[in-house]
Design a protein around this ligand. Structure first.
Ligand code: SF4
Length: 449
């Protein structure tokens, strides 16, 4: 929560020495409170005061980082209960479970599924981001699975699931540089588990029988100095887990209680009890409320197509249109003989159209003017995708130097622009394209002859 100017003033040394560039400490404090000056500008402020300020101005929910390099993900850090209030900031991540009670064939199959389901939608990679490896009873196999995943070419973060500190210690040695989630911290083992991650940023996954016990466990772990946490809402029924996940978020955000201010992990695989479509349904429910890591038993394209687009929608800022940068984009190695296809900068339109152009294998320049981030008809109706705006973009974008072709394809839905565009671009042949994106490959192949 933001501090008032007077609250900040109380933490200042009150020398009125002007070294911060302000005539008095009070003036400086007021400016800091308004966001117009950095507290560090006062050379005399004590570390204690700085710490207090940092704590008071910290977000209500902590952002936890897991993984490393290409597989680094941020979780939590949310500030609102509902997406329409502002925006959700750190999307949930999907984990796939492997355990030592699975056969080698099952494990290989699941790893193959993780590799297989990996695609890009509206510029975002859709894949399993975390491999959750669970210790059931066979330590050697548990360790061998970790090594197998390490040796594979998967680019994933890790979650190690084990309640035995001595086994976790051995497992953690293998992947501690990868910043895995160390899950399985409970009221009986928390001291040993905290010891394993002391002095690191490795997050601990906390589990308890109920919310009261979880709250106490968080406080105990925090007292030991570790504040990188991920919370399991506990419970075994879908109803209770759902209620607990909401309770945790409400107590944190609405109740201003930082004890519950951490991301969560939901074991959709356990709740679904082996029913794969139930697991997908749970994956969607907890994407909305409020799973940060959602553990699945398996993945395939059918399941992915239900989970990832929903996540993409939920975690897109509703106040910002999803748009691509207005520019000229070469597709399929477009060259000086390639035609130009113009559409709007609405991301969904761009990626669907560019996908179909790629599928045609015909080299094409895609011309994307600033159309306000709207779809074709909306942009046209709003006056943002007009003959004059398209012509201006074509003249100013430099496309006339990139291709000698003077064929300009416009979306079939704005065929009405053809006449005006022809007048604005007399050197170009204006071609009305298809109504639907899926017709583009055939259309382009016929155009290319
Ligand atoms: Fe006050 Fe610090 Fe500014 Fe000096 S530098 S006037 S002590 S706030």
């Amino acid at each position: 929560m933001a501090l008032s100017g007077l609250e900040i003033f109380k933490l200042l040394p009150k020398k009125n020495c002007k070294e911060c560039g302000f005539p008095t400490c009070l003036a400086f404090a007021m400016k800091v409170a308004a966001g117009g000056a950095e507290i560090g500008k006062c050379p005399y402020i004590s570390q204690e005061a700085l710490d207090k300020l940092a704590e008071a101005t910290a977000p209500i929910m902590k952002t936890i980082t897991i993984g490393k390099g290409d597989a680094e993900y941020k979780l939590g850090g949310e500030t609102v209960l509902f997406r329409h209030e502002k925006t959700f900031v750190n999307r949930n991540r999907f984990a796939l479970l492997l355990s030592d009670s699975m056969t080698d064939a099952e494990i290989d199959e699941k790893i193959a599924h993780i590799k297989n389901v990996n695609y890009v939608r509206i510029g975002e990679e859709m894949k399993i981001e975390i491999v959750a490896i669970k210790f059931d009873s066979d330590k050697d196999k548990f360790i061998s699975i970790i090594n197998k995943v390490k040796d594979s070419d998967l680019k994933n973060a890790y979650m190690l699931i084990c309640e035995k500190p001595e086994v976790m210690k051995e497992a953690l040695e293998l992947v501690k540089d990868e910043v895995p989630v160390v899950y399985g911290v409970n009221k009986d083992n928390f001291k040993e588990m905290v010891e394993l991650v002391k002095g690191t940023k490795i997050p601990l996954g906390l589990k308890a029988a109920n919310l009261e016990e979880l709250y106490t466990l968080i406080e105990e772990v925090q007292k030991l100095g570790h504040k990188e946490l991920i919370l399991d809402p506990g419970a075994t029924s879908i109803k209770e887990v759902f209620e607990n996940a909401i309770q945790i978020r409400r107590i944190n955000i609405t109740g201003n209680d930082r004890t519950f201010g951490y991301p969560s992990v939901i074991f959709a695989n356990e709740l679904a009890k082996g029913e794969k479509y139930m697991e997908v349904a749970l994956g969607t429910i907890f994407t909305m409320k409020y799973g940060s890591i959602i553990v699945l038993n398996d993945i395939d394209y059918a399941r992915a197509l239900a989970l990832y687009p929903l996540r993409q929608n939920i975690f897109t800022d509703p106040q910002k249109p999803m748009r691509v940068e207005p520019n000229i984009y070469p597709i399929n190695n477009a060259d000086e003989n390639s035609p130009v296809l113009c559409t709007v900068d609405f991301a969904l339109t761009y990626f669907i159209v560019s996908g179909e152009v790629e599928r045609s294998r015909v080299p094409v320049w895609m011309a994307i003017p600033d159309a306000g981030g709207y779809s074709v008809l909306t942009a046209w109706a709003a006056g943002k995708f007009t003959a004059s705006s398209i012509a201006k973009f074509i003249k100013e974008s430099g496309i006339e130097n990139k291709t000698k072709s003077r064929k300009l394809i416009i979306p079939g839905k704005v065929a009405v622009l053809k006449g005006d565009l022809q007048e604005n671009l007399p050197d170009w042949e204006i071609i009305v394209g298809t109504l639907e994106a899926m017709e583009i490959p055939k259309f382009l192949r016929e155009l290319a002859g």
